[in-house]
Design a protein around this ligand. Structure first.
Ligand code: PEP
Ligand code: MN
Length: 348
């Protein structure tokens, strides 16, 4: 049987050093029959077989019952609290009556950046009328260039609070630095950790000490394991309410701004009990592609999307090319909502 080199090590099967060959063969055969495989490391006192393949499948083989097997040691993942094994059910995150996770799909929308009171209120009202469940908006912006607009900061938080008052939508906004945390926590309903800060471990630990849900975005060059380890920092501090977000990664492909790694959705949902959402805006880089990426996210089983919209994208101070005009947002939301229904979920 060909060996799948990408299969993961799941268990170490310990046998006595005196175990006869046919007992060792018995274990290998059982693994092979299940589409898994074992590698034998013979020793004087013990023989160790490393079992590679699907975790649940190998677990169901009950290898400990095979003659000659003394002990089976599961190889635990480096992340623990975020692991799917650590919770009996998938985590559902509730914020001001809105839910993300389980059968509840979060439709988070709003401006990339809070530029003015009018622009933010107009966007908030449009996305709310279209059925969005949360409002996003950047107050403190992580910009590649120090000369680009850095966000309105405290003034933006006040504008977002007004938009929440006006629409009832819970607020998602980014915190860049532990020094801003107290101020952002005072206004935000959900703390966003952006891609550039995914491995800012000090910041992760600090948001882990708050009682606010955290929307953690995948770094553009981070593996899914690194994303899960970053989430582990937050849970380790006592905050279990983390939403993971795939937002595109850097590849050689130049036709989009980032490559949306759609397989991140099922892979993460297999690995963790935390909700997994997708940002179709930043990877697209241009608005024409956003609906297709958003549909792909829903079809892949995502627990939500976070999308950027603007009343006049051509005048936007940040990310103009991929912003959905608010005039087109209702049609976009309607299509997504229908697809969410097809997936057996509801926009929550
Ligand atoms: C954002 O959502 O505003 C943002 C800056 O995204 P990212 O951190 O994914 O680049
Ligand atoms: Mn943006």
């Amino acid at each position: 049987m060909p060996v799948d080199e990408s299969a993961e090590l799941q268990q170490l099967i310990m046998m006595s050093g005196q175990a006869p060959d046919d007992q060792v063969e018995g274990v290998l055969l059982r693994l092979n029959q299940a589409g898994s495989y074992g590698r034998v490391a013979p020793g004087r006192d013990s023989i160790v077989i490393s079992a590679f393949g699907d975790r649940e499948m190998i677990r169901s083989l009950a290898l400990e019952d095979i003659p000659g097997v003394e002990k089976v040691l599961p190889v635990s993942k480096p992340y623990k609290l975020v692991s799917a094994d650590a919770a009996a059910e998938r985590t559902v995150i509730q914020v001001r009556g809105r839910r993300i996770g389980g059968d509840n799909f979060g439709l988070i929308a709003g401006p990339c950046t809070v530029e003015s009171r009018e622009q933010t209120l107009e966007t908030a009202r449009a996305v709310n009328a279209a059925g969005a469940t949360m409002l996003r908006g950047g107050a403190f912006k992580p910009r590649t260039s120090p000369y680009s607009f850095q966000g309105l900061g405290s003034e933006a938080l006040a504008i977002l609070a007004e938009a929440r008052e006006d629409t009832g939508l819970p607020l998602v906004t980014e915190v860049l630095d532990p020094r801003q945390l107290e101020e952002v926590v005072a206004t935000a309903d959900v703390l966003q950790i952006g891609a550039r800060n995914m491995q800012n471990f000090l910041l992760l630990a600090e948001v882990g000490k708050t009682d606010k849900p955290v929307l953690l975005k995948r770094g553009a060059s981070a593996s899914l394991e690194e994303l899960l380890m970053a989430a582990e920092y937050i849970l380790k501090e006592g905050n279990p309410r983390v939403i993971l977000c795939e937002r595109g990664i850097k590849t050689f492909e130049r036709s989009t701004r980032f490559t949306l790694d759609i397989s991140a959705v099922p892979v993460l949902q297999e690995e963790t009990h935390l909700p997994v959402i997708v940002d179709p805006s930043h990877p697209a880089g241009r608005r024409e592609l956003v609906p297709a990426l958003a549909r792909a996210a829903v079809a892949a089983g995502a627990d939500g999307i976070i999308v950027e919209a603007h009343p006049a994208p051509e005048e936007a101070l940040c990310d103009g090319p991929h912003l959905i005009p608010t005039s087109r947002f209702a049609a976009f939301a309607e299509e997504i909502t229908r697809l969410v229904g097809v997936m057996g979920k509801q926009v929550g």
